[in-house]
Design a protein around this ligand. Structure first.
Ligand code: PRT
Ligand code: ZN
Length: 286
């Protein structure tokens, strides 16, 4: 049997759906039926391990898995010997310190001598040390946000995304320790065959990500405006210009960045463009 690369992904949780979506968008079939711990891709030399996110850095460092998809927060907390291969842009959140909302926050020295509940004792410990603060770290594995209300700690250090969990527990976010997103991590020692498979995977991930960041644009323009319009949407090499059936008009096709979308549309309309269509790009190979 030919060699496969082993990718560890979260079995169930906030990373699972986006990890599977990315794999599928890369054209790789993943069969993650209920209760499965491993599976093999039908059409790519890849094997999947479905694990708890906390275990992923350790499995990758030990070489049980070659690659893993996991939050940066977990990678920094676990301090395992893994390499970060790529930022994946989903599961964005921040690790923050929060205190009861009726307390006046006086700056970072507020935390000196307090007890702080967290599931991230190492990241918090490093942060306190860097700021020359001493605090009592209570490591708990879940529901950190209730700690102040039940008298377990005076502050918490936890992941935040919308902020609603803090709000409903009467807490306020006062310091951000780090920002996190999902990462593709890898074992520092991959053999030549596995590096080749990784390169193929990265090529596909890059094409998906570039496609997501761009839009395909089609419009009609009077021929007299073509020069101006082409200068606004230069595209990958240059736009495609096709004559319309009606005399003196052309259809222009190009690619624009998702972030510049509205600005570009306004400029195009001012330059005389009509019938502007903008459509998503599934994959883009530059
Ligand atoms: O079972 P397993 O150990 O695999 O999963 P888990 O329960 O440890 O992790 P899971 O699935 O909750 O989160 C996996 C990863 O998603 C985290 O390690 C982060 O990298 C990322 N992530 C992104 C988040 C959040 N956003 C997030 N909001 N992880 C957790 N939260 C929690 C947070 O702990 C708090 O309880 O959501 C609550 C806050 O959310 P808001 O929106 O109310 O602010
Ligand atoms: Zn976990």
């Amino acid at each position: 049997m030919s060699e496969k690369i082993k990718l560890a992904i979260q079995k169930s949780g906030r990373l699972s759906d986006d990890s599977l979506k990315l794999i599928k968008e890369c054209g790789i079939n993943v069969n993650n039926g209920k209760g499965k711990l491993t599976s093999i891709a039908g059409n790519f030399p890849m094997e999947f391990l479905f694990l708890r996110d906390d275990d992923i850095p350790g499995y990758v460092a030990d070489g049980v898995a070659d690659l893993g998809i996991v939050g940066e927060n977990v990678v920094l907390e676990k301090e395992k010997n893994v390499q970060v291969i790529k930022n994946l842009g989903f599961a964005r959140c921040r690790l923050s310190l929060a205190i009861p909302k009726d307390r006046e926050y006086t700056g970072i020295a507020y935390f000196d001598g307090l007890s702080i509940a967290t599931s991230y004792p190492k990241i918090l410990g490093r942060f306190l040390e860097k700021n020359n603060l001493k605090a009592d770290i209570h490591e708990i594995s879940g529901s950190v946000e209730i700690a102040p209300n039940i008298g377990l700690a005076e502050a918490i250090c936890d992941l935040v995304s919308s902020g609603s969990t803090l709000f409903t527990n009467g807490l306020k976010e006062v310091e951000v320790l780090m920002r996190s997103e999902a990462l593709l991590i890898g074992s520092p020692e991959l053999n030549a065959r596995k590096k080749e498979i990784l390169d193929r995977l990265l090529f596909r991930i890059n094409s998906v990500q570039t496609g997501e960041k761009n839009r395909y644009i089609l419009l009609n323009a009077p021929n007299a405006s073509l020069d101006k319009i082409i200068s606004i949407i230069p595209g990958m090499k240059s736009p495609t210009v096709l004559p319309l059936a009606i005399e003196g008009w052309s259809s222009v096709h190009s690619v624009i960045g998702e972030g510049e979308f509205w600005e570009v549309i306004e400029q195009l309309r001012a330059a005389g463009a009509q019938g502007i269509l903008v459509v998503p790009i599934e994959k883009m190979v530059i």
